[in-house]
Each structure stands twice: as structure tokens, then as C-alpha cells.
Design a protein around this ligand. Structure first.
Ligand code: SF4
Length: 282
């Protein structure tokens, strides 16, 4: 039998876990088709599971198709104030599953833009989280991807970050802004979920014979975990779910110490299936 070790931090982050649980709870409560504004999560198995539970993603451009009294859930990324108000105006039942860490950013930019600060967001201007944040300061934020600025800024600045940004880019942004402003309020709103997963994968992969990284092929945080693990442990594989574990792989790794980690969009049940197979329980 194998010794299987699960990384200390693996799989769903707090905000995603909360949103999925909320969707299932709301489904039970209303007992009818539930909509999520955009896919709740980028993981095919989870999307299929949600659809089996009558929970479907719908884009904002399609909300005309919904009827009064339909239930729509806002995912962990959050949305602008205007989007929420518009959904409510249409008579939809809006369930807010925005991650509390993101809500905290909304509150900050809303408060300080009202107090006359020029809001700066470090992040990707196309990412739904950043689009949502900007919607809490009248879409007037200056958005920077790399901490540099080609636009003129006012002398009073309040800066926040997309939750998945790197600390290094944040430091560069704050340092550049400190020479451009007279008054600078900097709220480091980076969430540690990604970093702690990478740290755990790094530590674990140094101590095992084999590493299995579980997560969507198109998930960038899973790919990053795979790269980190592979550097320390050449016998590292990336799979989306337990069905991808081949007989040969299971056979070759009998009696070995196997480490397992998973990206932030991988649910517990998929991780458990992989553990059970590698432990010879199923
Ligand atoms: S802010 Fe952090 S905990 Fe919340 S959804 Fe994003 S990564 Fe997850």
C-alpha cells in the first residue's frame, strides 16, 4: 500500500467553497432552477455536478431571458453596485456569494472615492473581479497591470489590489505611487490562498517519491502548482480527476510515498477519489 500525503493547503479556497455551498443551499431552499451570473467555477466536473443539481450559469448579456422571481447567485468574484441593482430592479431574487475579502475591497473603494480619492487598482482590467471593484467607484479607477502609470493621477490616491496579484508587483505599485502622490492610502488586498497552496506544494514535493496535482487543464493556478512540484519531484503528474489515473501509474507507484495537491477550483470529492485509489481503497 502507498503512503499518501495531502498538502496542507489544497483545493477550494474559502471564497469558492462558500459560493458552491451557498448555491446548493439556495437550490434546496427554492427547489427550482438556480442561475449563477457567469460560471461559478472553472472546473468541468463541478459545472456538471451543479447542472445535475439544476444550477446553471448565465451571462449578464442574457439576463433578459430570466423572469421575475428567478433566483440568481453572484459568484465569489463579485460584481459592481450597478449590476446588483439592475438584477434587483428586474425582480430577480439576488443571492450574494461574493467572497468577503472582495466585499471588503468594494467597501474601501466606495468609501474613499466618495471622500475624493483617486482610486487605483492593481490588476487585470478584463478580469471580472477588477471590473466589479471598479464598479464601486463609478468606474473611475486607474487600473494598472504592472504598477506603472502613463496617465496623470490626482495627488490624493487610494490603491487596492486584485486578490490574486503578486506581492512583488504590489510593492512596485506602492513605491511608484509614493513618488506620484501627496497623500497615499494603500490597502494590500492580496489574498494569501494562492501563495499558501504554492508553498505547501513546494514543501511536500521535496519529501515524496511521486506527486499528483489535481485541477483543470486550463486552470492557471493548477499549472503553477504542477510546475513547482515537478521541479522538486520529477515523477509529478497533472490530472483533472481520478479517471485519469492509469493502471500502469497506480502499479508503478505501489509502495511509494505519494503527495497530492490540488488547484483552488478542485472540490474535495475529486481529491478524495484520488486519495482512495492511491491508498488502494477503491
Ligand atoms: S479572495 Fe481569496 S478566498 Fe476569496 S475567492 Fe478569491 S482566492 Fe478565494
Amino acid at each position: 500500500m502507498n503512503k499518501v500525503i495531502l498538502a496542507e493547503n489544497a483545493g477550494f479556497c474559502f471564497g469558492v467553497q462558500r459560493a458552491v455551498e451557498e448555491a446548493l443551499k439556495v437550490k434546496k431552499q427554492y427547489d427550482k432552477k438556480i442561475y449563477t451570473l457567469g460560471p461559478l467555477i472553472h472546473n468541468n466536473d463541478v459545472v456538471m455536478y451543479l447542472e445535475e443539481n439544476n444550477i446553471y450559469a448565465i451571462e449578464y448579456s442574457e439576463i433578459d431571458k430570466l423572469n421575475e422571481g428567478d433566483v440568481i447567485l453572484i459568484r465569489s468574484h463579485g460584481v459592481s453596485k450597478e449590476v446588483t441593482e439592475n438584477l434587483e430592479k428586474r425582480g430577480l431574487i439576488v443571492v450574494n456569494a461574493t467572497c468577503p475579502y472582495v466585499t471588503n475591497i468594494h467597501k474601501k473603494v466606495n468609501k474613499y472615492s466618495d471622500l475624493g480619492y483617486n482610486i487605483v487598482i492593481l490588476g487585470d482590467d478584463k478580469h471580472p473581479e477588477v471590473v466589479g471593484i471598479n464598479g464601486w467607484c463609478n468606474n473611475n479607477a486607474v487600473i494598472t497591470k504592472d504598477g506603472t502609470f502613463d496617465k496623470k493621477l490626482s495627488k490624493k490616491i487610494c490603491v487596492v489590489s486584485q486578490t490574486t496579484e503578486k506581492e512583488e508587483t504590489w510593492k512596485k505599485t506602492v513605491s511608484n505611487l509614493s513618488s506620484l502622490s501627496k497623500e497615499l492610502l494603500a490597502f494590500n488586498t492580496i489574498c494569501s490562498a494562492t501563495e499558501v497552496r504554492q508553498k505547501s506544494a513546494n514543501e511536500l514535493s521535496k519529501t515524496v517519491d511521486t506527486m499528483i496535482v489535481i485541477g483543470g487543464r486550463n486552470s492557471s493556478n493548477t499549472t503553477k502548482l504542477y510546475q513547482i512540484a515537478k521541479t522538486n519531484c520529477p515523477n509529478t503528474i497533472h490530472i483533472e480527476n481520478s479517471k485519469e489515473l492509469t493502471k500502469e501509474f497506480i502499479e508503478e507507484n505501489k509502495g511509494k510515498t505519494v503527495g497530492i495537491t490540488a488547484g483552488a477550483s478542485t472540490p474535495d470529492w475529486i481529491i478524495k477519489e484520488v486519495i482512495d485509489i492511491m491508498e488502494g481503497k477503491s
